[in-house]
Design a protein around this ligand. Structure first.
Ligand code: LP5
Ligand code: MN
Length: 241
């Protein structure tokens, strides 16, 4: 009995080796799992469900195959693929989750998020996030031709790289008060998220109780997976072949 959690794969046709590593994981390890949760940034960027790529099609096929083997897949948005919608999710057999989702893992309730909403010290990012999560902004963006969307996305990527070059690692990490407030909002003792690319298990105190925040890693250099079984949380790397 194992449930798998991954995030921040950043799949992109320019890096087919990462897609190959993920397809291998879906074929070798995932079929024995109870479920697979993808906590955002599955793709490097998502321009709309009407703009497929080779890797998005390969992944959809493999996830449908996994579902046919009895393993359901779940997806929640990251800051790169927040425009992924029901059409693609259906084609991949994925169930879409809200940005904060509580899952029952073998009798314990655990909070799942992408993690970007916890980075509240990064004010320019939170302003950008509020803009692009606005449904009217999304409708306008998605009504533009794919080539124009790509150009805007590339400009946003450049602006993001420049922004990150100008701020400290601390500002880009989660805000501790925001983390505690997420625990309190849901009354839970465990949180799983990605986004920061700093895989680790942190323990903290919430209202005098021990709580745990598990951070998934990215897939740029190797894979990263959290395996949850009834009595164990194992955060592991998947070596690139
Ligand atoms: O993604 P990453 O790791 O580089 O950094 C994130 C935050 N940046 C972002 C921005 C995305 O990378 C942009 C790509 C998304 C593509 C989606 C599809 C198309 C949507 C197009 C949107 C306009 O998420 C970064 C954080 C970092 O994580 C750590 O948490 O610091 O935040 C920023 O970079 C904040 C900047 O202020 C964002 C500036 C974007 C400017 C957009 C300009 C658009 C140009 C429009 C021209 C018409
Ligand atoms: Mn992210």
């Amino acid at each position: 009995m194992t449930t798998l959690f991954i995030s921040d794969l950043h799949l992109d046709d320019r890096r087919p080796e990462t897609t190959a590593l993920f397809l291998d994981f879906l074929q070798r390890e995932a079929p024995a799992a109870d479920a697979l949760y993808i906590l955002g940034d599955l793709f490097e960027f998502w321009l709309g469900d009407d703009v497929p790529s080779r890797c998005s099609e390969q992944v959809a096929g493999a996830l449908v195959q996994l579902k046919d083997q009895g393993v359901p897949g779940y997806f929640l948005h990251g800051n790169r693929d927040f425009l992924l919608q029901q059409d693609y999710a259906s084609s991949a057999g994925l169930t879409m989750l809200p940005e904060e989702h509580v899952v029952d893992l073998y009798g314990e309730k655990v909070l799942l998020m992408h993690g970007d909403s916890l980075c509240t010290d990064d004010i320019p990012y939170q302003q950008f996030r509020a803009m692009v999560r606005n449904p009217a902004w999304q409708r306008d963006f998605l009504s533009r031709p794919p080539e124009e969307r790509l150009q805007i996305a590339l400009q946003a990527r450049d602006a993001s790289a420049e922004h990150k070059g100008n701020i400290s690692m601390d500002i880009m990490d989660v805000n501790q008060a925001e983390v505690i407030s997420a625990f309190e909002r849901h009354g839970l003792e465990r949180l799983i998220h990605g986004h920061t690319h700093r895989p680790a298990t942190h323990t903290l105190q919430v209202k005098g109780q021990a709580a745990q925040r598990i951070v998934l890693g990215d897939w740029y250099e190797q894979g990263s997976v959290l395996r949850v079984s009834p009595n164990q949380y194992e955060l592991a790397f998947l070596p690139a072949s």
